[in-house]
Ligand binder design. Structure first.
Ligand SMILES: NC(=O)c1ccc[n+]([C@@H]2O[C@H](COP(=O)([O-])OP(=O)(O)OC[C@H]3O[C@@H](n4cnc5c(N)ncnc54)[C@H](O)[C@@H]3O)[C@@H](O)[C@H]2O)c1
Length: 358
């Protein structure tokens, strides 16, 4: 039991966070460290290898090491099965929050083997190590809405002045978890994450591990090392602050994303960890309230910074890109009625703009 009867906090537990220097991983470290738990973070700064110096996450690692007294950084690769198993044998974890990944749709086409090794095999290493050495642990897997491929693009849309939106009232809340995941165009990244997503479900359903699968919409926050190929809002703000030009790819810039702050992602993990439902899948994004098109985000950022952002339009959408993606949050909310979004899109933008280097 991770949750003591009637107490407001998790009892002290041992937590492993993979991808601990990344956006979601670092938020998880901060949260669980702040609650007094022993937190181990596994990260090898592979984001720099994927995206170059702008993707370097060492600054986040250093910040965590300075600010989080219960945090231990492990310079490890999730693909290194012997070391992963050794670690699990040594430390018995109560909670595993798995966020390490090759996270980019577009990058994966250049490196399909590495992408699969990190996203699919790396996840399997962690699931199996958990099964063998920490079978009572809660295991949280950060999946993605790209597991649906481009199937969400089949939902009838209508064009509004600044965004695409769903045409039918029954689609108003967005994409549900019963959207099909096969017979669609995923991108190489979407396919490797789908393999991991299905395997994570299997470890929940077949082996009975306490695995929760969270299919992320657009996850964001000030600790993102945003680059053009990943980290939409963080990158957009960086370009705007630096007075650069932002390139929009297709769909007239009216493509819609739902933004959720990393703090709200972690509070969803905490709810699941208190009362896990093995093998369950949830969509997790900002939902209808935090949805906006690229054009709308640009407008908001211009108003916030008081300056115009130069735009370049390429009339070719990214392959398999969603035209309008809003996460239907009703399943998660019905299973975990205490959870609610704390951060609106405007608050997220203000918070990110405040923390951006000037
Ligand atoms: N950010 C989003 O918009 C978004 C949306 C949907 C799903 N997701 C998923 O959420 C998870 C976290 O995303 P994020 O935005 O925090 O990503 P991120 O790139 O900010 O963080 C991932 C971290 O994992 C590390 N890493 C990569 N490969 C590794 C390896 N082999 N061994 C150890 N560490 C490794 C990287 O160095 C990086 O610090 C990922 O699984 C991603 O696919 C993210």
């Amino acid at each position: 039991m991770l949750w003591g009867d009637g107490v407001a906090k998790l009892r002290p537990v041992k937590v492993l966070v993979t991808g601990s220097s990344g956006l979601i991983g670092s938020e998880a470290v901060r949260h669980f460290d702040g609650e007094g738990h022993a937190v181990f973070g596994m990260d090898n700064n592979m984001r720099r290898e994927f995206f170059g110096p702008a993707g370097d996450t060492r600054w986040v690692q250093q910040m965590l090491q300075q600010q989080c007294p219960h945090f231990t950084h492990l310079e490890m690769d999730i693909r290194d099965r012997p070391r992963v198993f050794e670690l699990f044998k040594r430390e018995c974890f109560d909670l595993v929050v798995h966020c390490a990944a090759q996270p980019s749709h577009d990058k994966a086409r250049e490196i399909p083997l590495v992408d699969f090794e990190v996203n699919a095999l790396g996840t399997l290493n962690l699931l199996e190590a958990t099964r063998q050495h920490s079978p009572e642990a809660v295991f949280i897997f950060m999946s993605t809405n790209k597991v649906y491929g481009d199937a969400p693009n089949e939902i009838p849309l209508r064009e509004l002045p600044t965004r695409w939106d769903y045409a039918r009232p029954e689609d108003y809340n967005g994409v549900r978890e019963d959207c099909r995941i096969d017979r669609s165009l995923h991108s190489v990244f979407g396919a490797s994450k789908t393999a991991a997503d299905i395997m994570a479900q299997e470890y929940g359903r077949y082996f009975g591990l306490k695995v929760g699968i969270f299919r992320g919409g657009c996850l964001t926050g000030e600790n993102h090392s945003g680059v053009q190929l990943h980290g939409f809002l963080s990158y957009l703000l960086k370009v705007a602050e630096a007075g650069g030009t932002y390139t929009i790819f297709g769909y007239k810039g009216k493509q819609v994303r739902d933004q959720i702050h990393s703090v709200d992602v972690i509070s969803a993990f905490v709810e699941f960890a208190r009362n896990p439902r093995p093998g369950e899948v949830y969509n997790l994004g900002g939902g209808r309230a935090n949805s906006a098109s690229i054009l709308e985000c640009l407008d908001k950022i211009e108003a916030l910074l008081g300056k115009r952002v130069a735009r370049n339009y390429v009339d070719q959408p990214r392959l398999g890109d969603h035209i309008c993606y809003i996460s239907d949050l009703r399943k998660f909310k019905s299973h975990y009625p205490n959870w609610r979004l704390q951060w609106s899109l405007d608050q997220i933008l203000e918070r990110m703009a405040r923390s951006a280097p000037s």
